[in-house]
Every structure is written in structure tokens, then in C-alpha cells.
Design a protein around this ligand. Sequence first.
Ligand SMILES: Nc1nc2c(ncn2[C@@H]2O[C@H](COP(=O)(O)OP(=O)(O)OP(=O)(O)O)[C@@H](O)[C@H]2O)c(=O)[nH]1
Ligand SMILES: [Mg+2]
Ligand SMILES: [Zn+2]
Length: 400
Amino acid sequence: MKKTQKVRVEFRRNRNERTRDSDLTRQFQEHGFEEEKETQAERIGGKGDMSRRRTVVGELLRGDSEQRDGFEVVPKVDADAVISGRVIRVHGASSEVRADDGRIFSCVTRRILKTLSTKERQPVVAGDRVLFRAANNCNDNSTNNHNYSQAAPATAYIEGMIERVEPRHGIISRESKHRKHVIVTNVDQVLIIASATQPAFKPNLIDRMLIMSEKAGIKPIICINKVDLIELFELQPLVGVYAQMGYEVILSSVVSGLGIDRLRGKLRGCESVIVGQSGVGKSSLLNAIDSCLKLRVSELGAEQKGKHTTTTAELLELSSGGYVVDTPGIRQFMLWDIIPEEVLGFFRDLRPYENFCHYPDCVHLHEEDCAIKNAVAEGRLDMRRYESYLAIRFEERYSR
Ligand SMILES: Nc1nc2c(ncn2[C@@H]2O[C@H](COP(=O)(O)OP(=O)(O)OP(=O)(O)O)[C@@H](O)[C@H]2O)c(=O)[nH]1
Ligand SMILES: [Mg+2]
Ligand SMILES: [Zn+2]
């Protein structure tokens, strides 16, 4: 349903924007996701005096998660003057956009899109479907009232301006410095990569990324890479636990080639995102799956600790059809937008026991007669999964 009406929208004051754009660009270049610096405006947060209300006329689309009172506000665009495309990657203030006809444009973002997105850090994200105006269209058009040079970084050659971001689905996000960080949009599959070793195997991180996918309603596939460095049987119990829950687990090695064909088959024709800690081999796997990609991978392996080889989430077209988004590694993974009471519901294995706990408000920690603790004690539930639940349910941010 579409209709046009007046809506009240919060605006962030403009004065911090330029600082933030250049700051973010630098942060991305240097560190990838993790070390984003909070700017003054973001640190203050809330609705206080950093925001004000205005009424704008917008076209409202129903049914997206980034909504306001059941509606998403998107600016009106002149349908004849815009080109539709897909955001391949975002680098600070500029986005690389592939038009539907295959041409690549370097775009800046219309200021109103930045001010419309009050709850999000990034108004434009890799994977977004956008409508943009090519720069030469605008130059000879007297109705054009956008000043391109104003929003552009001094050195960039501006080819286009994003006028609208279409409603998103399949949104993968996490928390970064107490704020939502959208990693990618419009994907229908998440490939969760862990490494059997180097860096050390961290199943609890898999659990967090599973919750992230479940929350987003996107199908996850678990992949444990670098199995050439371990004895396969060591992983069998863990693979069994996930398989019993109905998750697909693929063991892989770029060195021996194990699992590569299977992964290639999973990606074919799909829109996927590949996530995992830095150094687990995400880019290496993608290179093995599609030799045309030629992504940069770390030469030093685990020794290059603390450095991201991939620094920007990037949408890649696969020669076998479909897309995959390679992402920079994550060091610490905080879930976004999950309340403590919700956590257990995302543990498929623990969840069925909850009804049998003695106390209806049991959090399965110290309570007597807790069905979940009993099942763990009797070996019917995996101890590590239970501990993983506790780690997430009682993590420090919930007591802030
Ligand atoms: N032994 C072994 N090494 C691997 C395997 N896959 C990747 N590596 C090595 O692991 C290191 C890291 O690989 P990358 O592909 O750069 O890792 P990444 O996950 O993309 O890392 P970021 O881009 O920093 O997030 C490289 O030195 C690879 O050669 C594997 O299956 N076995
Ligand atoms: Mg990489
Ligand atoms: Zn309980």
C-alpha cells in the first residue's frame, strides 16, 4: 500500500554530519567495523536537544522493519529521472552502486536520507536497493536543487546521488558501541564461518551469529573452516549438536578442498552474506568457491592478529549466479535489539524444556527444579550450549 501524507520526522542537527562522514571513512580505512569512534552526536543519543521535529512530505511504504508508526518514510522521487541499482559497497560518504544495466556509479547520498535515519548509523548499506540520479542528468536540469559539491568529499568524482533507499528485508545487524550497526541488507542466507583453529575455535560466537540470523529471519548455514589443521573426529560431537537442532553444518578447508563444492552449491543463485571472526578464512573460501573473485586474503594467517584484511562489506556477483557479501571480520559480537527474556527462545534445543520448569519466570540459573538444568545434568542437553545461553542471557550490557 502506498500513500502520500504529511508525517512528523525527527531530524538530527546538520552540524555534526560532515565531521562524522570523514571520521567514519578514516575509521573504516584503519580498522574495519570494530573501532568506530562515537561522535559527539551519537554519544549524547536519545531525543534530547540534539534532535528536533519537522514535518516533511514523503511517500510512505508499509511493511518494513525500519518503520515509524507502522510506516517507513521514504522521500518522493521523480521516477523518470532516477536509475535503480544495488549498493555494492559503502566507503564513508560515497557508495558504489551497480545500475540494473551493469554500469557502476560512485554516488553520494542525498542529505534528507541521512537526516531521516535517526535510529541507524548508516543511511545506505551494502546490499541496499536504491534509486539514484546520475550527475549529468542533473546538471542540465533547471529543476535540480541539489548541490552536489556540498555533500561530496573534496577529492571524489561524483557520478550520482542516491535519492531513495528502498525498504529493506533480510537485514543483518549487530551492536557496536551501544548502537545498531547494519552490516548488510536484502540477503536471504547467512553463511556463518568459524575456524577449527587459528584463530581458536569459538562455538559461542557461532551461537551468537545464529541468534542474529534467527532474529533477522534469515536462514543460517554453519561452516567450520581450516579442518586440515585438526583431526576431524574432534568436531563430531559439536557438529552433532547443531545438526540435531536442524542447522546445516559444513566442514571445509581451502587447503584440502573439503566442503568447497558443497558451499558453492549453497551459494549458487542465492543472495548470501558471509560472516565470522577475522582470519577464519571468509575471503579465502570465497576465492576457492569462485576463482574470478580474487579477493585479498591475509598472508600471515593468524599471526596478523588484530588486523582486518577485508575492510568493507562488499557485494560480489558470483559467476555461477547470485550474490555474496564478503564482510570484515568481527572481533566481538554483540547482539542488537534482543531483550534478555527473548534469549532462550533463540536456543532451539533448550526452548522445549522451559515449560517444565517449576517457576514460570525461571531464568534457568539458580532456580530449584529447573527443567533445563536437569536436562543438562542428565546429559539430554549439551552443557556448552547451556553455558552459551547463560553467557548471552546474563551478559553485562543487560545490567546496564
Ligand atoms: N590451513 C588453512 N588456512 C586457511 C584456510 N582458509 C584460510 N586460511 C588462511 O587463513 C588466513 C586468513 O584468511 P582470510 O581469507 O584473509 O580470512 P578472513 O576471514 O577473510 O579475514 P578478514 O578479512 O580479516 O575478516 C590466510 O592466511 C589464509 O591463507 C584453510 O582452510 N586452511
Ligand atoms: Mg576477508
Ligand atoms: Zn528453568
